[in-house]
Design a protein. Structure first.
Length: 100
């Protein structure tokens, strides 16, 4: 977090969307965006979900990303789609049950 391993997927996705939006009005190295997209994509599990991170910033808005795999998966998939991810096709989530 904040430059120290392990990276946090939720914060990385948030930063990715910020840099992507910024690139529309200011120079941002496209390799930064591509590298970040690739890193998020390879974190996806075989079942199409993303595993919750082990370290968190607990401050209200992010609390529900601590263990809710469906919420985490939706957020990360949204970040990749919204930033024009063109890499390897993402896996579809195999089940969308309430208990995941």
């Amino acid at each position: 977090m904040f430059g120290n391993a392990p990276a946090n997927k939720i914060l990385t996705a948030y930063g990715l969307m910020e840099f992507y939006d910024m690139s529309k009005v200011h120079d941002v190295d496209p390799k930064l965006i591509s590298r970040t997209q690739q890193w998020l994509a390879i974190q996806q599990l075989e079942d199409g979900s993303w595993k919750p991170d082990t370290q968190f910033i607990n401050e209200g808005a992010t609390n529900r990303y601590n263990s809710d795999m469906l919420r985490i998966t939706a957020y990360l998939a949204w970040a990749l789609k919204d930033t024009g991810y063109q890499g390897q096709r993402l896996r579809r989530r195999s089940s969308l049950s309430k208990n995941t």
